[in-house]
Design a protein around this ligand. Sequence first.
Ligand code: HEC
Ligand code: HEC
Ligand code: HEC
Ligand code: HEC
Ligand code: HEC
Length: 396
Amino acid sequence: MKMKNNAKTKEVENMRKFLVTISLVFLSVVVMYGYADAISGVCSNCHTMHNSQDGASITGGAPNDQLLNFGCVGCHTASTGPQDTNRGPAILHTTSPGALATDQGGGETLAGGDFYWVDNGDDAKGHNVIDLPNVSGADGNMPGSGLTPPGWDPVATGSSFVAGQVAGGEATWTSQLTCAGQYGCHGDHSVAGSFPGIQGAHHNNAGGTASQATTATTVGNSYRFLWGIKGLEEVDWNWSETAAKHNEYYGEDNTVARDAGGLASYGSRDTMSFLCAECHGVFHGTIDSNAASGSPWVRHPTDIVLPNSGEYAEYNNDGGGSAGPYSLEVPVARPAVPADCTNCSTVTPGTDIVMCLSCHRAHGSPVNDNLRWDYATMISGGGATNGCFTCHNDKN
Ligand code: HEC
Ligand code: HEC
Ligand code: HEC
Ligand code: HEC
Ligand code: HEC
């Protein structure tokens, strides 16, 4: 009996040690995970105090803003793989991810696509951001549109927008697109230049990278430094994406009359589609010709719910009678930002939302118009099930 009790005590003690060890291991994993992608490492990896070492320039030229060793794109460039040597997520690859429409997304580009193609001179395959090494002021624009974005509506951001008014509201742009700031997508639009526009965000990336950005009151706590925009940030920027593991985008079933123009036609200004509308407002705010709001549309609708009827009820599951899993090629937004990816693979027609990124990549792609698939292969009656047919599966 005594023996048995001792054995039992021993067993309990062992179990206790085991549990303590396990929880310590778990804790350190959690702690390391939490910091894994936030800014870390010695200051000198990224900063130079005087831009001088033994009299030679550290940057190879003039000093950078915020005493940095590199410019914006410098820390976000890689040959292959998801990150550069300073662990910035790679938005510009120096080795081609490939030329086919399928050469985008997990394992080839991050979620935003890649600036590889536009930086190599193909204007139609990405945003012509002036910070890119091979994009110049002279070549940088779409034919005909000058510096002004197609569908530009200065009212979209207006003076009341949390992140300031893009381009100061000028009717015709006098500057080319930048990463951040007044003429950029990221950060604060009330100040000129990419670095002033993003100041403080890197050391204030709330929750690190794998986080639910639902506050969006500062650059650092907004989705991917897109001030005012909400979403759930996947830890490796979708490099290893699957239907059950990916970024989640915020959308809104905006039933306000979308034909009137003016501020009201944008609904709330914190969705992924509104990010695009900051510069391409007309394509988001003026989509409907009738006062009742709804079909027939005059521009492809976004920030509307995917109907739970007809072909849309068979999203990504042509002829299957119900919706298939989340398509990485044709993602949908959610009406609430989930806390984690537990239900990421499920798409619910009647709830989930069509957005600009259902069809486009934000940075660039191997096909024209930054599309997620080749529009030229969308042939009515052709039998394909991808691209447009993921939703319009009665049209193939
Ligand atoms: C992995 C790269 C990296 C490392 C390491 C790093 N920084 Fe930074 N830091 C940046 C970037 C990028 C910016 C500019 C963009 C921004 O402000 O978001 C910046 C901006 C700053 C700024 C100005 C903006 C602000 O947040 O106030 C200060 C001050 C600063 N860093 C100090 C430091 C110090 C001190 C260290 C070392 C303890 C350090 N940094 C380490 C990348 C880094
Ligand atoms: C010195 C290196 C460095 C420079 C310069 C730099 N970044 Fe970063 N950036 C990083 C690193 C490292 C991360 C990943 C850490 C993180 O997510 O907090 C990052 C992350 C980001 C992210 C993703 C944030 C998220 O929520 O996942 C964005 C967007 C970004 N940078 C934009 C910019 C812009 C715009 C500039 C220029 C104004 C810039 N960066 C300049 C190193 C840099
Ligand atoms: C800060 C302004 C700005 C924002 C925000 C913005 N764009 Fe653009 N966009 C431009 C400008 C300027 C052009 C025209 C010049 C160029 O192609 O870079 C353009 C061009 C485009 C083109 C045509 C591309 C081509 O090369 O022919 C597409 C497609 C596009 N944008 C989609 C989007 C989507 C989708 C979003 C949201 C994820 C978005 N844009 C957000 C400014 C912006
Ligand atoms: C993410 C799902 C989705 C994708 C992908 C998609 N659509 Fe749509 N589309 C919709 C929804 C939802 C509507 C509005 C349906 C309604 O009002 O009932 C719509 C409306 C339309 C309309 C107007 C119909 C009307 O009633 O006025 C056309 C035309 C159209 N889409 C063509 C396309 C083409 C072409 C593509 C590919 C480039 C495409 N769509 C990709 C979901 C999608
Ligand atoms: C249903 C798919 C789909 C959705 C959703 C969608 N687009 Fe497009 N977009 C396209 C296609 C296809 C093209 C190229 C062919 C065309 O314009 O018909 C295009 C072209 C563009 C262009 C280039 C216009 C030009 O003048 O060359 C811009 C800019 C653009 N889209 C922005 C947006 C923005 C902003 C949103 C969200 C408000 C959006 N798109 C939503 C499919 C889509």
